[in-house]
Ligand binder design. Structure first.
Ligand code: SF4
Length: 279
């Protein structure tokens, strides 16, 4: 059995929140560079160049990539042979978030949904813990702004809608979102399961490395098709029109009930701030 003190989790959550707020990941930089080389419009190329420069400045000066430093999503995959000791794991995660947002002067965006009173420390994080075999532990953190989160959609399609129904729903979601989610987008899609399972898969898909394709040959083709058709909407960088509306499409699927076809689309802006580490 392996023992992990939850203070390690607190410290790593803090470190990751600060790193993600200030530093554009290498795969995102490469993807934006690729988009800039493929963008045909002058304005689109200018916007993509500004986004890249913004990333450089943020890292140099240790200031946030975006004023919306997001809601924090924490995923913990814990081996069955791991024993946690120390403060309750949920409290440790939230303490890590609290310290990062206080010490890093990051915007605190979390409010009561009814009274709108700010919790003043950007907690609580949304935490999901999954048991896995073995004695490993993996921590994933996502900072998500709500310009893009607000544009996500879930639809309970009928089975007869089929693949074309899924494609239409995804493209309608991107078109209706327009410039609101700050494209170019990374699009996470969850197909199957239940309403909540499809939404969870769509968000978790955002952690895949940019440039990776699904190992499932059918989903790989569907990812390629959707990325091409999303770019044919010509929403363009930051919604000003152009060729590059999407950087990536990631699809996850799960068996569903014979009477349903749940589909969820989670749009992430160009400021994709997520990272996974082994503990
Ligand atoms: S959608 Fe993304 S880039 Fe746009 S304001 Fe929100 S966090 Fe910032």
């Amino acid at each position: 059995m392996r023992i992990i003190n939850t203070d390690l989790i607190r410290g790593k959550v803090k470190e990751l929140c600060l790193e993600l707020a200030y530093k554009m990941s290498d795969d995102l930089k490469a993807s934006l560079e690729r988009g800039r080389s493929q963008e045909c419009t002058y304005l689109g190329r200018q916007v993509l160049a500004m986004l890249l420069e913004n990333g450089e400045r943020a890292e140099e000066q240790q200031i946030p990539l975006c004023q919306d430093t997001g809601m924090v999503f924490v995923y913990l995959e814990l081996g069955q042979d791991v024993h946690l000791e120390g403060p309750f794991v949920g409290d440790a995660v939230n303490q890590g978030v609290r310290e990062a947002y206080e010490e890093g002067y990051l915007r605190k965006s979390m409010v009561d949904p009814i009274t709108r009173a700010n919790t003043k420390d950007n907690t609580p994080a949304q935490i999901q813990i999954e048991m896995v075999p073995g004695d490993g532990a993996r921590l994933s953190v996502l900072l998500k702004g709500f310009g893009s989160e607000n544009m996500g959609r879930v639809r309970m399609l009928t089975p007869s809608a089929g693949v074309e129904g899924i494609v239409d729903f995804v493209l309608d979601t991107v078109r209706e979102a327009g410039g609101n989610p700050c494209p170019p987008l990374v699009v996470g899609i969850g197909i199957g399961g239940s309403m909540d399972k499809s939404a969870a898969m769509a968000k978790k898909a955002l952690f895949r490395p940019l440039g990776e394709r699904s190992p499932d040959p059918f989903l790989k083709e569907l990812e390629n098709r959707l990325l091409r058709e999303i770019n044919e909407t010509h929403v363009g960088p930051m919604g000003f029109g152009g060729e590059i509306t999407g950087l990536e499409v990631f699809i996850e699927k799960f068996p569903t009930h014979l009477a349903g076809l749940p589909v969820a689309v989670n749009l992430n802006c160009h400021s994709l701030r997520r990272k996974t580490i082994e503990l």
